[in-house]
Design a protein around this ligand. Structure first.
Ligand code: VGL
Ligand code: ZN
Length: 197
C-alpha cells in the first residue's frame, strides 16, 4: 500500500476573513500539518481562478453569491469572487506546511468550475491527478481540507470511482453547508464507498 495525503484548498479565501470563508476553516491547519509526517506522499490542491471566472456571481447579471445558475455542463452554485490567481486570497494559509510533493491547481479554465481534484465540473475534463498518483503506485488516499461539502466531497467521490481506497478525516475538514449540502455530501461519499472517520 502506498498512501497519499491530499490537502484540499487550505487557502486564505476559505479561512475566516477570506472572500468565501468557511466557518472554522483555519482550525484544521495544525492537525493537517501534524498528519503530513505520516504519509508516503503529500499533495496540496489549490483553487486557482482567473479574474472574471464564470463561477463568480459578479459575472452574471442579476445574480448574487450562492444563487444557482445553469452552465453548459449543468447546475452550478455562484460564488463570491475568490481564489483569483496570484492574489493573497489564493495563497495557502500562512501556517500550512507547503513542503508537498505536488501542488495541483484547478478551476483555471474561465468557463468551467472544478471542485474535484480529479475532474472539472463537466465530469469529463481530467486534471491529471489520477495519472500522477497511479504512476507513482499510490493506491490509498486520505483527504482533508476545505470545504467538506464541495471540493473534498467531489474529490473523494471521484477518487473512489477511480479505484482508490479513500478515507476522509472529518476532524480535519470544515464545511460551507448551503441548504443541507453537508448532509448530502456525507451521504454521497458513503454511497461511493468513501470511509468517513
Ligand atoms: C470550493 C467553492 C468554490 C472548495 C472552491 O474548495 O470547496 N468551493 N470553489
Ligand atoms: Zn472556486
Amino acid at each position: 500500500m502506498t498512501h497519499a495525503l491530499i490537502v484540499v484548498d487550505v487557502q486564505n479565501d476559505f479561512c475566516p476573513g477570506g472572500a468565501l470563508a468557511v466557518p472554522g476553516g483555519d482550525e484544521i491547519v495544525g492537525t493537517i500539518n501534524a498528519m503530513m509526517e505520516d504519509y508516503d506522499a503529500v499533495i496540496l490542491t489549490q483553487d486557482w481562478h482567473p479574474a472574471g471566472h464564470s463561477s463568480f456571481a459578479s459575472e452574471h447579471d442579476g445574480k448574487k453569491p450562492f444563487d444557482m445558475t445553469e452552465m453548459r455542463y449543468g447546475p452550478q452554485v455562484l460564488w463570491p469572487d475568490h481564489c483569483v490567481q496570484g492574489t493573497e486570497g489564493a495563497s495557502f494559509h500562512p501556517e500550512l506546511k507547503t513542503h508537498a510533493d505536488l501542488v495541483i491547481r484547478k478551476g483555471f479554465r474561465p468557463g468551467i468550475d472544478s471542485y474535484s481534484a480529479f475532474y472539472e465540473n463537466d465530469q469529463k475534463t481530467p486534471t491529471g491527478l489520477e495519472g500522477y498518483l497511479k504512476s507513482r503506485g499510490i493506491d490509498t488516499l486520505t483527504l482533508v481540507g476545505l470545504a467538506t461539502d464541495f471540493c473534498v466531497h467531489f474529490s473523494a467521490v471521484d477518487a473512489a470511482r477511480l479505484g482508490f481506497d479513500v478515507t476522509v478525516r472529518m476532524d480535519a475538514c470544515r464545511a460551507i453547508d448551503l441548504d443541507g449540502s453537508l448532509a448530502a455530501a456525507e451521504e454521497a461519499m458513503r454511497s461511493a464507498g468513501v470511509k468517513l472517520v
